[in-house]
Design a protein around this ligand. Structure first.
Ligand SMILES: NC(=O)c1ccc[n+]([C@@H]2O[C@H](COP(=O)([O-])OP(=O)(O)OC[C@H]3O[C@@H](n4cnc5c(N)ncnc54)[C@H](OP(=O)(O)O)[C@@H]3O)[C@@H](O)[C@H]2O)c1
Length: 355
């Protein structure tokens, strides 16, 4: 039996990794504070990684595989210190946020990284990931795999980002949906505002990441791999989401300036248009995945991910409160503003000047 330890294992990705390992027949142990249960078939050791003896219950045995998803470099270094000599192989889940540049397209794993976070600094997600990667590599060397996922999507996504689009198209039905101009669709569909732009979208299904982690753990693969999907035009992703949702209303494009002027946020969070990026980040969704594929990573079709995301969105409620996107009433108000003859965005707009 393969003995697998997941540091985490009760969160979204780490839970699906734990479940995938259990489905593969491994004896899985998760370590977490116990705010959520471990997946069926996995044991849970309750411990707080802030505590000095956090790993004490785990050091009396050997592990075929340890997986860590933490973004806290102190936790990652302490785990490696306590358990590194007991582990045949170690997989650390980092992020493409470790890269220094978001303006460069097509970066591979050799691209420049951010400076690693130094001890005692304020948390910084990307720099913390770089410091954590270093702790793992320094201690484990050729027993270590580091993966850098891009945007992870699919059923259960707690961030509500990617699911916004398929969910919103389904909720709108034959009503209008607001899309960023850089993601709007060219072509002859009369309900769409024609616009051609080169915004990209690059996503990976959560279960493709989980399967990859299990695969490289089994193979004891060592190295660093971006865990990212293929690069699509954002327009194509939105178009496919629209088709899958059966949306028959208009997809109305707003310019970047209009959205910024109306306090719509990029990327994620409340009052945002998910996946819409600032213009100075053209490389953020264009990382290379050749190493991922060569190491045995596989990607399901985007259509399948969108379909299962929509099923999950329907189960969770299309009109539920979300962590990302526009609430429908705000979206309709923005669409009305956009449709006003004088409603064009810009600093000289009369109603803005009067404010
Ligand atoms: N979402 C994306 O698009 C994306 C993109 C790139 C990379 N990533 C990376 O993917 C990973 C996401 O993993 P996830 O979804 O499993 O994260 P998560 O939902 O935040 O889960 C974190 C896990 O760690 C445990 N944990 C947190 N603090 C702890 C502590 N002090 N002591 C012990 N256990 C603790 C949590 O359980 P308790 O809270 O019960 O302790 C949970 O099991 C992260 O590495 C993230 O950086 C995500």
């Amino acid at each position: 039996m393969t003995d697998v330890l997941i540091l985490g294992g009760t969160g979204w990705l780490s839970g699906r990794i734990a479940r995938s390992w259990a489905d593969a027949g491994a004896d899985v142990t998760c370590l977490a504070r116990g705010s959520r249960p471990a997946p069926e078939g996995a044991a849970l050791v309750v411990a707080d990684r802030d505590a000095p003896e956090a790993y004490a219950a785990l050091t009396d045995r050997d592990w075929d595989e340890v997986v860590d998803v933490s973004s806290n470099p102190v936790h990652v270094a302490a785990a490696v210190d306590a358990l590194g000599t007991r582990a045949a192989h170690w997989t650390y889940v980092s992020s493409v946020s470790a890269y220094a540049r978001a303006d460069v397209e097509g970066q591979d794993e050799s691209a420049e990284l951010l400076a690693p976070a130094a001890a005692g600094e304020e948390p910084d997600y990307g720099r913390d990931k770089v410091a954590a990667e270093k702790a793992v590599r320094d201690a484990l060397a050729d027993r270590a795999a580091v993966i850098r996922p891009g945007l992870i999507v699919g059923p259960g996504d707690p961030t509500d980002r990617f699911g916004y689009w398929v969910s919103r198209f389904a909720l709108a039905g034959d009503g209008p949906v607001l899309v960023p101009e850089t993601g709007a669709l060219a072509g002859d569909d009369p309900v769409l505002v024609p616009y051609t732009a080169d915004a990209r979208a690059q996503v990976i299904d959560v279960d493709d990441v989980a399967a990859f982690v299990v695969h490289i753990g089994r193979e004891r693969w060592s190295g660093t791999a971006n865990a990212v999907g293929d690069v699509h035009a954002l327009a194509d992703v939105l178009d496919l989401a629209r088709q899958i949702a059966g949306h028959s209303g208009a997809a109305v494009a707003a310019s970047d300036q209009f959205l910024v002027d109306h306090d719509v946020a990029h990327w994620a969070g409340p009052r945002s248009l998910p996946l819409w990026l600032p213009g100075d980040m053209p490389g953020f969704m264009t990382h290379r995945n050749a190493i991922f594929r060569a190491a045995g990573g596989t990607l399901r079709p985007l259509r399948e991910t969108l379909e299962r995301t929509l099923a999950d969105e329907r189960a969770r409620g299309l009109d539920r409160e979300r962590r990302a996107g526009l609430v429908r009433s705000d979206e309709l108000a923005l669409l009305a503003e956009l449709a006003r003859p004088t409603g064009l965005a810009g600093p000289d707009r009369p109603d803005r000047a009067q404010r």
